[in-house]
Design a protein around this ligand. Structure first.
Ligand SMILES: Cc1ncc(COP(=O)(O)O)c(C=O)c1O
Length: 428
């Protein structure tokens, strides 16, 4: 269901968008509608819902009132048209591609992606007959160089995990527009507070809500948001949207649903058949998480900036890759796309002769876990964990070589975190 335009400031929308007091009980916080199914008014009503002639709740694999509040809120925060939530960030990536790709089709992706995404694209998606070509997205021309009619979308991260690489979204969107294919941006690491990919021409946004949207490291979830600006009928490359749908008696999604056709197709076919729905309880945690997103992101960025500066000056540290530092080559793009900050996830390497991995065993406040975007500060060696499945070359290309340590800076006091790292560095 499409989202109305909202003129309120971002902070107000994180708290109010999509929600209202419960009409029956007056409950002010969005209730967890822990139900599988919904009573129909009549057999005609049931049939009209199943035929997509009416909007309403049928079965929680497709829609659920708690999940709908979250979908509307995130579509609103991203200035999008409609959204579909699902069980994980990886499910969001699968669902995002499902309406676009047929066996034999290909996608072009930036090589600076979360390691799990590179593995998902190169191995599991290959088994659906979907090919992938990875390019160095820091030069947007690399996308145009290899694009063919078989390519059905471009996929990038706005701020890459883990190296903090920022791509020129606007330039890449010009290329995708020229070829009439959608640009999909994984906005997980920036969150809608720091970056608005639709403003720069992206067509579809995915999130792992597991990270900053939830923000407390307690729930898995993903979401796909559409801008409503892609003209499927003009492109003529996406017959699943512009041709008659076999599983809905010949319905043509692009004609019937216009600027939210992609989300309708994604929900009605992909979510229905792939089944990776979000639980209402997790939706509740994400709604609650979103209400403090702006405050959390501000503090995350402030803390990360202090810690990156501390590390950069430390005599045992060789380099720090953080787009917020003066030394970063991504400063120009950061000022254009992420004016409010570049998030709290970054990498660093120790000088020759020291063991980066030892820092991990020596810290006390930092938790050694494979996650980012928690209130707690986290530390990890990506090459042996999140990026473990990649070849050595792919690891280096993705900013996760053997010497790299990743931090996700939490909301503790920055001085305590610096002291923890400083003590740990004394013993490496
Ligand atoms: C940038 C990015 N995208 C997608 C994912 C996948 O999300 P999930 O773990 O929720 O499936 C992750 C997970 O770390 C991530 O960091």
């Amino acid at each position: 269901m499409a989202v109305p335009k909202d003129k309120h400031n971002f902070e107000t929308r994180t708290i109010h968008a999509g929600a209202a007091p419960d009409p029956t009980t007056g409950a002010r916080s969005t209730p967890i509608y822990q139900t599988t199914a919904y009573a129909f008014d009549s057999t005609e009503h049931a049939a009209s819902l199943f035929n997509l002639q009416n909007f309403g709740f049928i079965y929680s694999r497709l829609t659920n009132p708690t999940v709908s509040v979250l979908e509307e809120r995130l579509a609103n925060l991203e200035n999008g048209r409609a959204a579909v939530a699902c069980s994980t960030g990886h499910a969001a990536q699968l669902l995002a591609l499902h309406p676009l790709m047929n066996p034999g089709d290909r996608l072009i992706a930036s090589r600076n992606l979360y390691g799990g995404s590179i593995t998902q694209f190169s191995h599991s998606f290959k088994r659906f007959g979907w090919g992938v070509d990875f390019v160095d997205g820091t030069n947007p021309n690399n996308f145009s160089k290899i694009i063919t009619p078989k390519h059905k979308c471009i996929f990038i991260e706005s701020l890459s995990n883990p190296g903090g690489v920022i791509l020129d979204i606007e330039k890449i969107s010009t290329i995708s527009k020229k070829h009439q294919i959608p640009l999909i941006v994984d906005n997980t690491m920036a969150s809608p507070y720091l970056c608005n990919p639709f403003k720069w021409g992206a067509d579809i946004i995915t999130h792992s809500m597991t990270k900053f949207i939830g923000g407390h490291g307690n729930s898995m979830g993903g979401i796909v948001i559409e801008s409503g600006n892609f003209d499927w009928l003009a492109s003529k490359k996406f017959t699943s949207l512009t041709g008659p749908s076999a599983s809905y008696h010949g319905l043509i999604f692009a004609e019937t649903f216009g600027d939210f056709a992609y989300s309708m197709k994604l929900r009605a076919d992909s979510l229905r058949d792939l089944g990776s729905s979000l639980s209402p309880t997790n939706a509740f945690y994400f709604i609650t998480g979103l209400e403090t997103l702006h405050i959390r992101m501000e503090r995350h960025c402030k803390n990360a900036y202090k810690i990156a500066n501390f590390l950069e000056k430390h005599n045992k540290i060789a380099w720090v890759s953080y787009a917020g530092l003066k030394s970063s080559s991504f400063g120009f793009l950061a000022r254009k796309y992420m004016k409010k900050g570049v998030g709290p996830v970054f990498t660093f390497g120790v000088k020759k002769g020291f063991s980066g991995k030892k820092i991990i065993s020596n810290v006390n406040i930092f938790s050694h876990v494979a996650n980012v975007g928690d209130t707690r500060s986290l530390i990890l060696h990506p090459a042996s964990t999140t990026h473990n499945q990649l070849t050595e070359d792919q690891k280096i290309a993705a900013g996760s070589g053997q010497e790299v340590i990743r931090l996700s800076i939490g909301l503790e006091h920055a001085d305590d975190l610096i002291e923890d790292l400083d003590n740990s560095l004394k013993n490496i």
